[in-house]
Design a protein around this ligand. Structure first.
Ligand SMILES: Nc1ncnc2c1ncn2[C@@H]1O[C@H](COP(=O)(O)OP(=O)(O)OP(=O)(O)O)[C@@H](O)[C@H]1O
Length: 298
């Protein structure tokens, strides 16, 4: 169990990237969902002991992470957002190299671990190829392979699916789901579907603050009978956005279709729809942005 209490971090430029964050994260996949700049990477880096918070505590299965960062690192697998690879080295060679750095110095043990991970991430057939020839999805799977060296108990993956095509994304998420059965996995993403598809527990973070946390379905249930949909004309759209709490807009057959949050049917043209996690996400993100804009205006 990872327990984060009242964590705060303000950078030297005055940005409060982590604002009083308290989270309890158990076994399985935990989705940390938020827009760009929400503070996801800052939180991930802090949990991974790559930077110190200003205040607060982090414990992992009773271990005081901030007091004993080395002890946490021995149990940690981390795939950062900007994971770079040496393009002229093969997966096999680089993974062996990382394995040595992780302390797998006995040759037999290392060979076994590296082979198992190349199999698990479906890179076995491509193991001799230079990493520079890999697709985005293959590189991310290699990133997971290196994160899993040394059998970590806590795995942190920061926005791993950005830029992957649907097939690659599915392959990657399936891999994560299998890992999530055994250890704590924290997945940060701005892609709502990643969390819907994969995570039994999640939190929405905006401007450094946790706005919702728990089971996705429980959060969705709070919106039941309050989400309405209609198709509008492009000209009428700004008026709806001004008068109503428009959660999201998408084009269907070239016309804007809007989802509105309201206690009762906003007008005759609206039909009630089953809410989903995207509605939850946008309700909170929009409310946080409106609150921030109101503060700036005041
Ligand atoms: N080292 C730093 N120094 C100063 N400001 C920073 C630093 N790192 C991040 N920030 C700022 O802190 C805020 C949170 O950034 P962070 O990268 O943690 O968000 P994020 O949710 O991971 O965003 P993204 O999805 O774009 O990666 C942003 O306003 C960012 O500009």
């Amino acid at each position: 169990m990872l327990s984060i209490k009242q964590l705060n971090k303000t950078y030297d430029n005055g940005v409060k990237a982590i604002n009083d964050v308290t989270l309890e994260i158990g076994h399985g996949m935990f989705g940390l969902l938020g827009p760009n700049g929400a503070g996801k990477s800052s939180l991930m880096r802090t949990i991974a002991t790559l930077q110190d918070p200003d205040s607060g505590s982090i414990t992992f299965n009773g271990l005081d992470v901030l007091a004993e960062p080395q002890a946490l690192r021995r149990q940690l697998g981390y795939l950062p957002q900007d994971f770079g690879v040496y393009p002229k080295v093969s997966a096999d060679v680089l993974l062996n190299h990382f394995a040595v750095l992780k302390g797998l110095t006995a040759r037999g043990e290392r060979k076994e671990a590296v082979e198992a991970l190349l199999q698990q991430t479906n890179l076995w057939d491509a193991r001799k190829r230079n990493l520079g020839t890999y697709s985005g999805g293959m590189r991310q799977r290699f990133g997971i392979a290196q994160a899993l060296l040394g059998a970590p108990k806590l795995v942190i993956v920061d926005e791993p699916t950005a830029g992957l095509d649907p097939d690659e994304r599915n392959r990657f998420l399936n891999l994560l789901a299998r890992i999530g059965e055994q250890v704590v996995v924290i997945l940060s993403t701005h892609i709502v579907e990643d969390v819907t598809d994969l995570c039994p527990q999640m939190a929405v973070i905006v401007k450094g603050q946790v706005l919702v946390q728990g089971e996705p379905q429980a959060a969705i249930d709070t919106l039941r009978d309050k989400v309405w949909r209609r198709t509008v004309s492009a000209e009428a759209l700004p008026g709806y956005q001004e008068r109503m709490n428009v959660l999201r807009t998408r084009l269907v057959g070239g016309k804007p279709q809007i989802h509105v949050y309201a206690d009762s049917q906003p007008d005759d043209g609206f039909i009630a729809v089953e809410p989903n996690l995207e509605d939850v996400y946008f309700l909170h993100v929009r409310a946080a942005h409106r609150a921030a804009a109101a503060v700036v205006q005041a």
